[in-house]
Design a binder for this molecule. Structure first.
Ligand code: PMP
Length: 393
């Protein structure tokens, strides 16, 4: 039977990573991969995580099942980090990464609204479309184009959502949009909240980079207000980046229902989907996060590390933006300093990405998405100079 399967198309990002690995030029640089890197190009285990793991080795007494919600302390702590406070209209599930939450949340919305269409930004993180298609959604897009201040062009967002109606799902990213770095301002969050509220669509917010934009609280505050203004929403969360727990698969799914009764039904349906998908979430990552967030000294240590990562990203953003403005003679690249998080999408000429790969061993996917963290401080000017001839101003 398995020999009847057609070959799946290769993942373009994995292809770029493999090609970068195989390149023997000593000055090669991989700006494609989607993980945080420090100045040495490494992704070490965070010190707060190491300490929490030492505590767990000492104190953990059982590996018995935890149930479909996973670790209750984790659910409570992460829920509060997102919402400020949890009410009888909210429930939180630990999930295998943000991706696990996305899959369960999208399946749940489809059960509630079988004819739902899924609206996602264009460009987007490809897994949103991949998971949406796997769940059976008809995918629609709205343009996500940066204005000069690094926020999206709101008129184009609204135009793309004009056709969305009650029963549809609209997926918005939380802080640090992947792949553009273009984020709503707090005023735009409030504007889109009224716009979507008027339509009665189900908002689905994917938070994968809390703390990588302006600050832990600043990044989530406008989303908290957005959620408070609406009766229902689905939120997914990833601890992959801000806790550096990538391979531990640590995420969350938050349901906000219009009433406590409705929540009860939604919780039961979600638990049923979880049971038939992976039964119960992994425990180690959530236990690490719960340990960090519930112990003040450890929480402070983690926050300091998170501040350092964000500081590095913003330092590179500012310097890379100035270098690109200088090398291209175009102010349009100044927006990169105002955009947020790990990614920027650069407007390369046709064949430009391939040209800098050939000539300079600079690797990135064909979309022109650059991992800001992959740039080392001492090579910012050099990389900007090498990219400039291939960029559209
Ligand atoms: N959403 C977005 C926008 C992301 O960029 C990512 C990570 N690349 C995720 C969700 C989920 O990541 P994970 O499943 O590793 O937690």
């Amino acid at each position: 039977l398995l020999d009847k399967l057609e070959k799946a198309p290769a993942d373009p990002l994995l292809g770029v990573m493999a090609a970068a690995r195989a390149d023997t030029r000593p000055d090669k640089i991989d700006l494609g991969v989607g993980i945080y890197k420090n100045s040495e190009g490494e992704t070490p285990v965070m010190a707060a995580v190491k300490e929490a793991e030492r505590i767990l080795i000492e104190e953990e007494t059982t590996k018995a099942y935890e149930g479909p919600h996973g670790n209750p302390l984790y659910c409570d702590q992460v829920g509060k980090m997102i919402l400020g406070e949890l009410t009888d209209r909210h429930t939180v599930f630990a999930t295998p990464g943000g991706s696990g939450g996305l899959s369960i949340g999208m399946q749940l919305a489809k059960v509630a609204s079988p004819g739902a269409r899924l609206f996602v930004s264009q460009p987007n993180w490809p897994n949103h479309v991949g998971i949406g298609k796997a769940v059976g959604y008809d995918i629609h897009t709205f343009d996500w184009v940066s204005s000069s201040d690094g926020t999206p062009d709101m008129e184009r967002v609204k135009a793309g959502l004009a056709d969305a109606r009650a029963g549809d799902v609209v997926l918005l990213q939380g802080p640090c949009h992947n792949p553009t770095g273009t984020d709503f301002s707090p005023a735009q969050w409030s504007e889109i909240s009224s716009f979507l509220g008027g339509k009665g669509v189900l908002p689905f917010i994917d938070v994968a980079y809390q703390g990588f934009g302006v600050g832990l609280e600043e990044d989530i505050a406008p989303i908290r207000d957005f959620l408070a203004a609406l009766p229902e929403a689905i939120v997914t969360y990833s601890c992959s980046k801000n806790f550096g727990l990538y391979r531990e698969r640590t995420g969350a799914l938050v349901l906000q229902a219009p009433s406590a009764d409705a929540l009860d039904a939604a919780r039961g349906q979600a638990a049923g989907i979880i049971r038939t998908s992976y039964s119960m979430p992994p425990a180690h990552g959530p236990a690490v996060v719960a340990t960090i967030l519930s112990r003040p000294a450890l929480r402070e240590k983690w926050l300091a590390e998170l501040d350092e990562m964000r500081g590095r990203l913003n330092f590179i953003r500012e310097n890379f933006a100035s270098a690109l403005v200088r090398e291209t003679n175009s102010d349009s690249f100044a927006r990169i300093a105002h955009e947020k998080g790990m990614f920027a999408t650069l407007p390369f000429k046709k064949g430009g990405v391939e040209a800098i790969r050939e000539a300079h061993a600079i690797y990135m996917p064909g979309s022109g998405r650059v991992n800001i963290a992959g740039l080392s401080e001492d090579r910012i000017d050099e990389i900007a100079r090498k990219m400039a001839p291939q960029l559209n101003p």
